[in-house]
Write a protein of this length. Sequence first.
Length: 258
Amino acid sequence: MPVIVVTGTGTEIGKTVVTAALAALATAAGRSVAVLKPAQTGVAPGEAGDVAEVLRLSGAAAGAELARFPEPLAPDTAARRAGLAPVGPAEVAEAARKLAEEHDLVLVEGAGGLLVRFDEAGGTLADAARLLGAPVLVVVPAGLGTLNSTALTAEALRARGIEQLGVVVGSWPGEPDLAARCNLADLPAVAGAPLLGAVPAGAGALGAGEFRAAAAGWLAPALGGEWDAASFTAAHAAERPAARETAARETAARAAGA
């Protein structure tokens, strides 16, 4: 798998940290990794963007941006408002192919979701993935609302004949609520693809050494890690109301007997 495209069901849900974890595991396994960001938005010239963050956390070999736009908007909108040329799917595919000639693995991190517009023609990250024939990893939020957006993204991938590797929860909360715990079992069903990891909230704030040492515990073996979906889901399983009522009655009965 020389190229993996990393997308999400929205923005600010952990794509960059998941990309960094993927890069860290591949680098630790002795693979040469390059990270490609087609369009970096919301970052001024000279500021560190997503590629720099991935390289810092992972120790990956190389990174590249194809375009940078200062306002935190969809790439097409940001390019138009800045009076700059947009980047299209064909350019993304060409850049990824060139990087793949010199590296064992290329990770292409999108901006926002799968169908965010890159250019005036309506090109998207999905179009770039299709041109590359590359599989897509979908990063999703943990909580309420994620099932619908995950299902829509999976449907869009299937409609275009693009392989979905699986889904990764980009920011697993320290104290997950009922929806997040139930979603662990439901996400694979609505995605039609396996759950391949859960990165803890705040992982991006770790030091590089700590991040690299912990990354294997966040991603499944299919992505180079050691994380087990069945064990993680079971550990966070939400107790059903009937089970809680039964437990409460048993506790009351024991108290009465005492």
